[in-house]
Design a protein around this ligand. Sequence first.
Ligand SMILES: CC(C)(COP(=O)(O)OP(=O)(O)OC[C@H]1O[C@@H](n2cnc3c(N)ncnc32)[C@H](O)[C@@H]1OP(=O)(O)O)[C@@H](O)C(=O)NCCC(=O)NCCS
Length: 318
Amino acid sequence: MNIQYRPAESPDEVMQSLDVTQKAFDRTPADYFRKRLELDPTLNPGDTFLALMDGRIAAVVQRFPRDMYVRGNPVRMAGIGNVGTHPDFRGEGLASGLMRQVLQTSLQQEFELAMLFTRIPDFFAEFGFRPVERNEFYVEPVPEAPRGEVGLFSRKTDLADVMALYETFTPPRTGTIRRSEAYWNGQIDFARDEQGLFYVLRRQGRLVAYIRGARLGETLRLMEYAYRDSLVDVLQLASHVAREQGCNRLRLPLTPEELFQAPAPVPIGADEEDRIMLHILNSESLTERFSLWDDDPDSIMENLFGPGEFTFWQTDFF
Ligand SMILES: CC(C)(COP(=O)(O)OP(=O)(O)OC[C@H]1O[C@@H](n2cnc3c(N)ncnc32)[C@H](O)[C@@H]1OP(=O)(O)O)[C@@H](O)C(=O)NCCC(=O)NCCS
């Protein structure tokens, strides 16, 4: 049996690899992965990594190249997703071989960090991935109405203002993603069918807050938000939308500073969501860029991604 690990060489080959991904994730709707690839303007064929057995694609790993903000600075991050082996070829080391290949290639291509979401953290711990704590909480809706005009997001009238607010609000939160306009547009299209709860709050025409939500039973989950002056605007806007949707609680990420501004936040359970894991690819460069004392990956994790210090907007999920 001849095994080869390499990036895809053409868009055609990427499309062929979707068959394997589909078979590996047989409970995910058929269209999901194709749409994902088509609507992400950052992807090149070289971001799809293949394991071939006698020339036939048997396992696939998708890399999503991103810049992640760490203390306000963009860090080159390899988002690892859709790790899947065709059911006929499992347990032969293919996914492991591919993981090593994608990490090694990414380091050579000057990625500093890798990140993934998973329900099987033990598998990925083998390759040096470490879990980070999500800073998500449940909060009761607040009774006060939002101060201003509430509107459903419109790409035509709101996107420029939303992007501008994102640019000032988001970079200081470690774990968030830098976005180009092309990325924004693809992401809104990709997210639309599963979310559709994107609201803006304006006062005298000026955008003061927005939320992007999703319903989880009786919970309104904020996948992303931003505000100009105060978290209160987000809480009031979200509570208003929650009441309209018949939801009786909110779930949202909160930084340590914001925790004090939210009424009685309760952390979500560790098993309520996929684990987020990070892999320090280039400890030297991170140590230097962030003036850390120690280049040991555990120490870097603790310094840069300590408890409560990691916000991931779920709208950037890959
Ligand atoms: C997980 C998956 C990619 C592994 O692919 P593979 O090519 O068989 O992996 P390898 O042969 O390199 O490694 C096998 C090891 O993976 C680990 N593993 C596989 N499935 C696992 C699971 N559900 N939980 C924990 N570990 C698991 C085991 O340690 C296994 O070792 P073993 O063969 O000694 O039992 C494959 O089972 C798959 O495609 N699953 C469905 C999609 C999926 O869940 N992907 C991960 C999403 S984050």
